[in-house]
Ligand binder design. Structure first.
Ligand code: T4K
Length: 385
């Protein structure tokens, strides 16, 4: 095991480390749940969290057991057909489309934002298209107004994967209010977490009612089975952790934004690449994402390994685009931007575990690793001119 003296910050820091409320706050709630013996099935903690999140999102909120089940639940309300998705995303986006009974059509992304490209989606729409499912990647809005217009013109449904985007607004409007519905994740690695969990947000009251029934075996409020459904519910224990963590959001959002600015302040002048900027409404700044300059693409794995040896755990999100994964590899779509960007990106530690000054220290180390490794290449390139 690495001794603390050899660690860059004297301890390990990790991409995806959960941000938690003080243990005593969580434990008090768990105590209340255990004493009450009300553990699940839309109990008081779920109802409280649902109402809080609904207020935050400015939409009806249907809490679920995960971001993936939220996606699947909302996609199951569509008529079967093709759903257009990005390939540069976490695999859950695409698995959920299949689980809901649809065919997957991959479209390319915009090289600046990493979100789904309007032009690429426009080219993919055809009579079998039932929906478009952009992802608000890294918490930044995926051109929601433009996609609303495109979907309306094409006569298809628009739903969003908002797994990264809790707390994001676009031009003053909550991200949960765009499209027919949006699916959020409250997984442990997300800025706001309930350990596992998620929700579907919608401004359509009829759809909300349908989703609520589908979440619990198709039952209405009286317990009569009126439609197909399953068990997509969140437990009281998860809701209690979510409620406790909810109070940490303002401090966490401020810290994440400061951490990102600190990384940017060192990466930008170095010329090794760019930190993906935060849109103004992306208050939580949940990810610190470095896109290496193309010249340094081959060093990514080495950089991540070197940082790990110093106790800084970065991740290659998303190194393998979903269309290259075995279950989807037959489609062979033409996605040049996705294939390019997936070789360049990595996420760096952020959140309450780390301060902006420490982010500068990591960035300086990272820049040193990249440039040191580059010296030989630059001189041999120069020599061959
Ligand atoms: N749509 C999008 C766009 C998504 O990104 C996701 C999930 C979903 C949909 C589906 O939402 P959920 O069904 O998951 O609610 C992680 C997360 O498991 C996943 O939630 C997340 N996206 C994805 C981007 O990242 P892995 O396979 O990378 O997880 P893992 O176990 O390697 O952990 C990531 C990092 O977090 C590691 O550095 C370790 C650290 N970690 C992780 C856990 C679970 C901790 O420090 N503590 C922990 O408890 O998928």
């Amino acid at each position: 095991m690495t001794g603390s003296s050899s660690l860059l910050l004297g301890r390990q820091v990790v991409t995806g480390r959960p941000n938690l409320a003080p243990p005593s706050v969580i434990l008090d709630s768990l105590d209340e749940i255990l004493v009450s013996h009300r553990l699940t099935n839309n109990g008081p903690f779920v109802q409280r969290l649902e109402s809080l999140i609904g207020d935050d999102l400015g939409a009806e909120c249907i809490l679920t057991s995960s971001g993936t089940t939220s996606l699947e639940l909302m996609l199951r309300t569509l008529d079967p057909g093709e759903v257009i998705v990005p390939s540069f995303t976490f695999v859950a986006t695409v698995h959920a489309v299949v689980a809901a009974g649809h065919d997957v059509v991959f479209a390319d992304i915009d090289p600046r934002s990493h979100c789904l490209s309007l032009e690429s989606v426009g080219r993919s729409i055809n009579p079998r298209t039932t929906a478009i499912l952009p992802v608000h990647l890294w918490g930044n809005p995926a051109s929601p107004r433009e996609f609303v217009a495109l979907a309306a013109e094409a006569g298809v449904t628009l739903m969003f994967d908002a797994a990264h985007a809790y707390g994001t607004d676009h031009e003053g409007v909550s991200i949960g209010r765009f499209g027919a519905a949006a699916a959020f994740s409250f997984h442990a690695t997300k800025a706001f977490s309930a350990v596992e969990g998620g929700c579907v947000a919608t401004t359509d009251n009829d759809l909300a009612q349908r989703l609520r029934a589908m979440r619990t075996f198709g039952m209405d409020s009286a317990g009569n089975v009126e439609s197909w459904g399953s068990n997509y519910r969140m437990s009281e224990v998860h809701a209690a952790v979510g409620l406790a963590n909810h109070s940490t959001i303002p401090g966490l959002a401020a810290r994440n934004r400061a951490n990102l600015a600190a990384y940017q302040s060192r990466i930008k002048p170095s010329g090794i690449g760019r930190m993906i900027p935060n849109s103004p409404g992306n208050r939580m700044a949940p990810y610190a994402v470095l896109e290496l300059d193309e010249r340094h693409a081959s060093k990514r794995r080495g950089i991540i390994d070197s940082l790990a040896a110093l106790g800084v755990v970065a991740k290659e999100y998303f190194a393998t685009p979903v269309h290259e994964m075995p279950p989807y590899a037959n489609a062979k779509p033409h996605l040049p931007v996705t294939e390019h960007v997936s070789r360049l990106t990595m996420t760096l530690p952020t959140g309450m575990q780390i301060s902006p000054v420490e982010c500068e220290t990591i960035a300086d180390e990272l820049v040193g690793l990249v440039l040191k490794g580059d010296c030989a290449q630059i001189s041999s390139d120069d020599a061959s001119r």
